[in-house]
Design a protein around this ligand. Structure first.
Ligand code: NAP
Length: 311
């Protein structure tokens, strides 16, 4: 099979398009013929070596967690799928490898793809959809009528979080550059703030929940926009611990999170997409062989929505 691998950590150019043996499966696994794979910033952080996940990885390694494809082989212990089923899911963080023509999955990490969903749309969803859902419901505990600030609202996670927060009855504040404001208003954002023109903390205040999808300086400056007893979830892991540490002596409630496959959450997301209640924006699709170009685009940090590899 054709697959993307990297032998050393580094810039997008370390990604190689190579021939590999099709992987074998264990009794509790399935083999998927991958039709599309979603690209996420975590892939970039693993490829470059800055993610804690990268430190546990043996090289050479594959890349990618989000996938859509057809079941082609089924382990003896699995009863709930049949050959030919179309599935969508997120493979385990320990074993990246969705950027490939075939990939091994566990049944707990996939779900049947609704037939009306296109492969690129479905492949774009797992990590960003689960993150947006879990940050608002589970970690942020957003309540109807609350004021929520979503940073990087035009990105993969952000544009879904805006729509889900609106459906939950919140007043949504969204940071993005001007070019993305119409896009975000159309998705339901009540207030769009161009963070590049003035410090956002000068114009936003009394926020109940900050969804920090930028981290670092942006996360630290967000303390100032919270109302008394407000809370924040800082999502990017490289700066999470520092932000939590700095919040503690100030008595500000900040937590981190790691998006996890949860079939109930994922079913809700798929239902919303099928019903037209949640829209996922595809910035661009690339063929598998152009993973380097896809990563170069992701590194601009200007993507509106998602980048997807289509096999
Ligand atoms: N812990 C977890 O489980 C988890 C899960 C998913 C994602 N994440 C992390 O969360 C972050 C967001 O992920 P993503 O997939 O949504 O990223 P993304 O799609 O690559 O985000 C791109 C967007 O970021 C916006 N942006 C860049 N700098 C900004 C700033 N200073 N303020 C406001 N917006 C800014 C850009 O909008 P403009 O062009 O308008 O600036 C662009 O639309 C990443 O760090 C990712 O690794 C963590």
């Amino acid at each position: 099979m054709k697959a993307i691998q990297f032998k050393k950590f580094g810039s997008p150019e370390v990604l190689e398009y190579i021939e590999l043996p099709t992987p074998a499966i264990a009794n509790d696994e399935l083999l998927i013929q991958v039709e599309a794979a979603g690209i996420n910033p975590v892939d970039m952080k693993i490829r470059s070596g800055i993610s804690a996940m990268a430190k546990k990885l043996a090289l050479p390694s594959g890349l990618g967690f989000d996938l859509v494809g057809k079941v082609v082989k089924i382990g003896k212990d699995i009863n709930e799928y049949k050959v030919g089923d179309s599935v969508v899911g997120k493979i385990e963080y320990e074993k990246p490898g969705a950027y490939a023509e075939y990939c091994v999955v566990k049944s707990k990490d996939i779900i049947i793809k609704p037939h009306e969903l296109g492969v690129a749309t479905a492949a774009a969803l797992p990590i960003v959809g689960l993150t947006a859902w879990q940050v608002l419901h589970q970690y942020g505990n957003l309540q109807r009528g609350e004021r929520v600030l979503i940073h990087a609202a035009a990105g993969g996670v952000g544009h879904l979080a805006v729509q889900i927060a609106k459906k939950m009855g919140a007043e949504v504040f969204a940071t993005a550059t001007q070019k993305n404001h119409q896009f975000l208003s159309d998705l339901g954002a009540d207030h769009c703030i161009d963070y590049s023109q003035a410090p956002f903390e000068q114009v936003i205040h009394d926020i109940d929940l900050v969804v920090d999808l930028v981290g670092g300086e942006t996360g630290l400056r967000s303390f100032k926009v919270l109302k008394k007893n407000g809370r924040m979830v800082t999502v990017p892991s490289p700066t999470r611990d520092e932000i939590i540490q700095q919040a503690q002596p100030l008595g500000i409630k900040v937590s981190g999170m790691l998006a996890a496959m949860n079939q109930n959450d994922f079913t809700q997301l798929l239902k919303m997409i099928s019903a037209g209640d949640l829209k996922i924006q595809i910035a661009k699709t690339f063929p598998l062989k152009d993973a380097v170009l896809a990563h170069q685009m992701l590194e601009t940090n200007r993507t509106q929505g998602k980048i997807v590899l289509v096999m």
